[in-house]
Design a protein around this ligand. Sequence first.
Ligand code: NAP
Length: 243
Amino acid sequence: MPNPLVLGGTTEATALCRAMAEQGLTGTISFAGRVERPVRQPLPQRVGGFGGVEGLAAYIRENKVTHLIDATHPFAAQMSRNAVEACALTGTPLIALTRAPWQPQEGDDWTRVPDIAGAVGALDCPAARVMLAVGRMHLAEFAPNPQHFYLLRLVDPVQGDLPFPDAHAIIDRGPFTTENDSALMQEHRIDLVVSKNAGGTGAQAKITAARQLRLPVIMIDRPALPDRAEAHDVQSVIDWLVH
Ligand code: NAP
């Protein structure tokens, strides 16, 4: 019986664990511990960093992990790099459950930037009303542009002051709909959306809403990752696991 470790924190990881449980497979799901209440999982879970590559390799050995499944967010690059290295060190088979990046469609007005710093640079412009959908961890990096109004959507409230004077935070973990995101953008008179190119369906509503409202989007490209085996759907990962 395989004893997989799933690196989670995404809608895709939750779907994978549900399918594993339904198909009688066991394993453990791992969370970084960034959110106060992770989504309840049908598999046993562990929370917190492993302590770099060496820590993950030690965890794999001590817990007799037979397969590692990297189902983290495409922007969780450090964790994904550590997974590749720890699997090489321990000889553990690795697969990443990934999602294709979003592609611009007819009606989209995207400015693509390579990283968060690029998005900060693109916001060095006259005051605007910005929906900033980059997650809590990166907010401070946007402090150099305090001239804007920022609409934030976060899983947990920010402790202490926000790094800009004019902002409104909505605490919501989704799922989001295009109708609701469109209404939200209109209510807050949003001029511009900043988004990571997460891909997948969980966070797509705001991109569709921006298209419908003809709002420009600053789209942050994904970080580069080392080569690894990848699957794009849950069943492919399960097939890999059992064969
Ligand atoms: P990151 O920068 O790649 O990871 C930083 C460190 O956090 C890792 O080196 C590792 O610590 C720990 N870590 C990350 N994911 C972990 C996991 N699933 N289990 C145990 N430890 C983990 O990651 P991040 O961008 O901060 O994202 C953290 C988590 O949030 C990820 O699990 C990701 O799936 C989820 N998430 C991220 C985003 C995003 O935009 N980045 C969006 C939605 C969800 P050690 O080195 O000590 O092992």
